[in-house]
Design a protein around this ligand. Structure first.
Ligand SMILES: Nc1ncnc2c1ncn2[C@@H]1O[C@H](COP(=O)(O)OP(=O)(O)OP(=O)(O)O)[C@@H](O)[C@H]1O
Ligand SMILES: [Mg+2]
Length: 304
């Protein structure tokens, strides 16, 4: 089976188990029809290997976020099958879906931290999915959660900022905190929708390096959307190009020549430009920062 397998459906449970071991995420003939002639995804067949990093590239509107939202069970396909960590997403009961989602961490372009709360509290909030009841203050989290959060902060190099207000950190630091928060779920799959689009190039590289390191250490399957081809090549094991909901490119990044790199630009965009799309300004992320825990939860909920 290749990474872009066209799903000849497995016939035995043993074979399916083996496929599930190799591919953390599988999309078989997935089509999403938004109506009005808009196909968010158009017969997408992809298998995302466990522990690998894949980057989705494509112009605005090509279907990157739509694909990520299918993996998280937020969208259901009009036809086809989405299988995540050995489960068919459309066959799960609510509690089962919740359990699969706990294994899927998500990070966003706009970080979605609660600005006035401390960094440590923001990270602790990553454990909320496995705790009962609301936690209004830091001390309401169990000690083990607080200790775990500090460990995660140490991992992303920010333990010394634990008690600082989140909105006083730089954009790159805030995204590191968001990564630490996602790690509180001990995810097996991490979805990152344009995780560095709001960052300057140096901070973007730092965040990407951190994600690479975590993926390698934790055998974490990472699926990210990016706009920068060069960054994608540095970061990913594999690049998937989308155009109008279709996979127009799917290849490993190892050993790409300059000519092949320029072909990526043209395959994905349909033109010969040197940058696919453009990145936003860091201020946008700050302006979009939720002001309350409820607002942040609502936004995170858009992916949960
Ligand atoms: N909820 C929705 N209802 C209707 N159409 C939608 C919806 N979500 C996405 N679409 C459409 O599906 C297509 C793919 O959108 P998507 O948001 O996945 O693109 P994208 O590649 O993530 O773009 P960007 O780089 O701007 O984030 C677009 O034409 C978009 O307008
Ligand atoms: Mg998007």
């Amino acid at each position: 089976m290749t990474d872009s397998h066209s799903a000849s459906r497995p016939t035995t449970p043993e074979l399916q188990r083996e496929i599930d071991r190799i591919y953390a995420v599988q999309l078989d003939h997935v089509t999403k029809d938004f109506g009005g002639g808009v196909l968010g995804l158009d017969d997408v067949n992809l298998g995302f290997r466990t522990g690998r990093i894949s980057v989705l590239l494509g112009l605005s509107g090509s279907g990157k976020s739509t694909l990520l939202r299918h993996i998280n069970g937020l969208h259901t396909p009009a036809s086809g099958r989405v299988r995540v960590l050995g489960q068919d997403m459309d066959k799960l009961r609510r509690s089962e879906l919740k359990s699969v989602r706990r294994d899927i961490g998500v990070i966003f372009q706009s970080f979605n931290l609660v600005g006035p709360m401390s960094v440590l509290e923001n990270v602790c909030a990553g454990a909320l999915g496995s705790l009962r009841g609301p936690r209004i203050t830091l001390m309401m989290y169990p000690k083990a959660v607080r200790r775990g959060a500090l460990e995660k902060l140490d991992r992303v190099g920010l333990a010394d900022r634990a008690y600082q207000r989140a909105d006083t950190l730089s954009g790159g630091q805030q995204q590191r905190v968001a990564i630490a928060r996602a790690l509180m779920q001990q995810p097996k799959v991490l979805l990152a929708d344009e995780p560095v689009a709001s960052l300057d190039p140096v901070s973007a590289h730092d965040v990407i390096d951190l994600l690479r390191q975590i993926s390698a250490e934790d055998d974490l399957t990472v699926i990210a959307s990016l706009h920068q081809v060069e960054l994608a090549i540095d970061f990913a094991d594999r690049i998937i190009g989308l155009r109008t909901g279709q996979v127009v490119l799917d290849r490993a990044t190892a050993g790409l020549s300059a000519e092949e790199t320029s072909q990526i630009y043209s395959s994905v965009s349909g033109t010969d430009i040197a940058e696919v799309g453009s990145s936003d300004d860091a201020n946008i992320a700050r302006a979009q920062m939720p002001k309350t825990g409820t607002e942040a939860a609502a936004r995170v909920g858009a992916y949960r």
